[in-house]
Design a protein around this ligand. Structure first.
Ligand SMILES: NC(=O)c1ccc[n+]([C@@H]2O[C@H](COP(=O)([O-])OP(=O)(O)OC[C@H]3O[C@@H](n4cnc5c(N)ncnc54)[C@H](O)[C@@H]3O)[C@@H](O)[C@H]2O)c1
Length: 438
């Protein structure tokens, strides 16, 4: 690092797309509660975790928030877009994640937070209807309208830095196509209303043109396209995605490395979920589910490397189901049945029943990502931020490398990058004693 980054003194604007959804309101309300002293940011590494600096015997474990020059929560200003003209308070009440006892102390602040009109088209999210939506003759004009929103949000609130984070619904499955290849082809597509350009891409394009890093919390293609990589590099902006790694996939990326590390075989992995929130309703549409399924399926294969270990992982069966079941609301239940085998191929089973709260797990991820992406931006990191793979189900990666899904490796990479940013030695876990025998 040429020069150590310093603590920012201004204000950080966080633009949330899907501002009134379950994840977004849980994230926003949580930050408001924590900074007023009403809550604890459980699950957030930037707020709660420590990082070892130097050798083990030095006993130096500062908190990450004291080690890295991140924005304080008190200097975050929220804004965003949604498809209904409701305040963040109304959104939080509809989402039914947080209880009144947690919402009441921040009711005024949440009520004052209202979304800007969305870029929305039902062709990309079949199960939703938008009533608070921008109108324009072309997608290029919509980009300009979002750019104007970003500029006025920045000016009105006297912001120094900005980050956009997608907490909006999962869009239908879109494959990378010619229109996504170059900046020129994408701009032509915008002007011609190309059908492979979805609303999330319009927000991302507008954000980058306004020098704003973009985080993709859903499995949508959005910033995982060549034209966006080019634009991000050209403008020296960080991008990150895809799909927050929360419940079942987080568990998968712990269990699968365990099997591989101990050279245990896998015969089948059946994962099913019930959830009853709006996300569950959107994912009930087969085209949106396809986007999610792609994101969830690749995880195990990439960790187990069947080509390297055919005797253990060649033919395993992997199935992922998501069932919309309204009574559960945001309290998802995810079951995993894992058929494994050990010594001389003797079969064994693992059963997991994770009764999680989706948005409670996603909110701290959103917070860490906005703070770390802003840091990345200030120190000149650009393009895909692979060191943030820890937070994603389907981490974006360079073309010439395989993605890293293993949560433990992702965690080491995350913390070593933090050390590198602050000019500290990476921790390599080599036993110092072995050097005596050399
Ligand atoms: N909750 C989790 O643990 C988790 C984990 C990983 C990914 N995700 C993803 O995060 C996203 C949000 O999940 P959620 O549970 O909050 O869903 P949600 O349905 O409660 O919220 C989505 C919000 O996005 C809004 N929206 C949809 N399209 C929009 C557009 N074009 N512009 C502006 N707003 C738009 C909706 O009106 C809604 O308020 C989903 O894509 C989901 O798959 C969630």
């Amino acid at each position: 690092m040429e020069r150590k980054p310093v603590k920012p003194t201004g204000k950080l604007g966080v633009l949330v797309v899907g501002m009134n959804g379950a994840v977004a309101t849980t994230f926003i309300a949580g930050v408001m509660a924590v900074r007023k002293g009403y809550g604890v940011p459980v699950g957030s590494l930037t707020q709660m975790a420590t990082i070892r600096i130097g050798k083990r015997e030095e006993n130096n474990f500062p908190k990450i928030k004291d080690f890295l020059p991140l924005y304080d929560l008190s200097n975050i200003v929220f804004g965003g877009w949604d498809i209904r003209d409701e305040s963040a308070y109304e959104g939080a009440k509809i989402a039914e994640v947080l209880l009144d006892k947690d919402l009441d102390p921040i009711k005024d602040e949440l009520t004052a937070l209202r979304p800007m009109k969305a870029v929305f088209d039902q062709n990309y999210v079949k199960r939703l209807e938008g009533t608070y939506v921008k109108k324009a003759a072309t997608k290029a004009e919509l980009v300009e309208q979002v750019r104007e929103d970003i500029r006025s949000f920045k000016a009105k609130n006297g912001l120094t830095d900005l980050v956009t984070i997608w907490c909006g619904s999962t869009e239908v499955f879109i494959k990378p196509a010619e229109v996504h290849e170059t900046i020129a082809s994408f701009e032509k597509g915008l002007a011609e209303n190309h059908e492979d350009i979805s609303p999330s891409m319009i927000y991302a394009w507008a954000s980058l043109l306004e020098n704003t890093p973009y985080i993709n919390g859903a499995p949508n293609l959005t910033v995982d396209m060549k034209c966006v990589h080019q634009l991000a590099e050209e403008k020296r902006l960080p991008i990150a995605g895809k799909d927050f790694k929360t419940g079942q996939t987080m568990v998968k990326t712990i269990i699968a490395p365990m099997l591989k590390m101990r050279m245990l075989g896998l015969e089948g992995w059946f994962s099913t979920n019930i959830l009853g929130n709006r996300d569950g309703e959107v994912l009930d549409d087969p085209m949106s589910f396809k986007t999610k399924e792609e994101s969830k399926l690749s995880v195990i294969e990439s960790i187990l490397q069947p080509k390297l270990y055919p005797e253990l992982y060649k033919d395993y069966y992997h199935k992922v189901r998501i069932n919309y079941y309204p009574p559960r609301k945001d309290n998802k239940e995810g079951w995993d049945n894992i058929d494994i085998f050990g010594w001389l191929n003797y079969p064994m089973q693992i059963k997991i029943d994770f009764l999680c709260r989706d948005s409670i797990l996603a909110a701290p991820i959103a917070l860490d990502l906005v703070l770390l992406m802003n840091l990345a931006h200030r120190i000149g990191f650009s393009g895909t931020q692979e060191w943030l793979s820890f937070y994603f189900k389907s981490p974006m990666h360079s073309e010439n490398v395989v993605p890293e899904h293993d949560l433990f490796i992702q965690h080491i990479k995350l913390k070593n990058t933090m050390r590198e940013i602050m000019d500290e030695e990476p921790v390599n876990h080599i036993d110092e004693k072995i050097k005596m025998f050399k």
